[in-house]
Write a protein that binds this ligand. Structure first.
Ligand SMILES: C[S@@+](CC[C@H](N)C(=O)[O-])C[C@H]1O[C@@H](n2cnc3c(N)ncnc32)[C@H](O)[C@@H]1O
Length: 249
């Protein structure tokens, strides 16, 4: 592609949070930008549609160019393997280069992100790479945790309560210390960590309060007391809520 003259206007990268799953939880602003953007980009696992792409489907400009960024790994390499970090960095470099080509040519691009883009979102890796060179606008999204606690009808924090958001990948001692310092918690990225999390919550006397939420706000949603969930691996779209003190004081 011929580089544009240096005084040509560049496009804007719109990083859009599309919410936790229900397309009705896409904000009016994200829907407007999605309907107008001449190109949209999304991440997807190999062989999958792409979660953010599925959520955004009813709002997309049918004439838009579609840029699919397929993750190089699913489970082939452990995140601890140094080749994983190198491979992911090269992947994000290549995604950023693809977007940079469109932006430098003056085209706006919408980058879709499940939930809110700045909460554990892959879009942040492209933000870091492109922000120094191009205008970027970020549209916040409803997070998975707020989608889940709304569906669970679980008020989370009152007054001066402290809420912690923790990845279940933390070592048990660190999880216990963090949970011991807060009034309410959301534990994400459950995977194979449910037995460890349950043991920590049991030791802190918190299991009776904890809720398990899977595919919150989506078809196939499961919300139940953690005590009723077995210890088999949790699917990707799942989290545990530990609501704070119950009811108003
Ligand atoms: C990479 S993080 C993305 C978080 C997202 N940016 C947000 O604002 O919620 C992915 C984690 O979010 C949680 N998650 C995302 N969507 C969910 C849903 N609909 N129901 C339950 N958990 C969900 C899971 O814990 C999953 O491991």
């Amino acid at each position: 592609m011929t580089p544009p003259p240096s005084d040509s206007p560049v496009g804007t990268l719109h990083i859009l949070g599309v919410g936790p799953g229900d397309p009705e939880l896409v904000t009016l602003r994200a829907a407007r930008i999605l309907g107008q953007a001449p190109a949209h980009a999304f991440f997807a696992k190999r062989g999958r549609t792409g979660h953010a792409r599925s959520i955004a489907a009813p709002h997309l400009n049918p004439a838009a160019e579609e840029l699919r960024f397929e993750y190089p790994y699913t489970t082939e390499l452990s995140v601890e393997d140094s080749r994983y970090a190198e491979g992911m960095a090269a992947f994000y470099d290549s995604c950023a280069a693809t977007l940079a080509g469109r932006l430098a040519a003056g085209q706006d691009v919408a980058l879709l992100c499940e939930g809110d883009p700045f909460l554990y979102g892959s879009a942040m890796y492209l933000f870091d790479r492109l922000r120094p060179r191009f205008p970027v606008e970020v549209t916040p999204g409803i997070t998975a945790m707020s989608g889940c606690w709304s569906r669970a009808l679980a008020p989370m924090v009152h007054g001066d309560d402290i809420l912690s958001v923790l990845p279940a990948t933390m070592p048990a001692e660190e999880l216990a210390a963090a949970l011991g310092r807060c009034d309410a918690a959301v534990v994400m990225k459950l995977g194979r960590n449910l037995p460890k999390l349950r043991a920590v919550l049991d030791a802190l006397g918190l299991t009776a309060r904890a809720l398990y939420a899977e595919r919150g706000t989506m078809p196939g949603e499961v919300i139940l007391p953690l005590a009723e969930r077995d210890d088999s691996p949790a699917p990707y779209f799942s989290l545990v809520l530990v609501p704070g003190r119950q009811g108003a004081r």
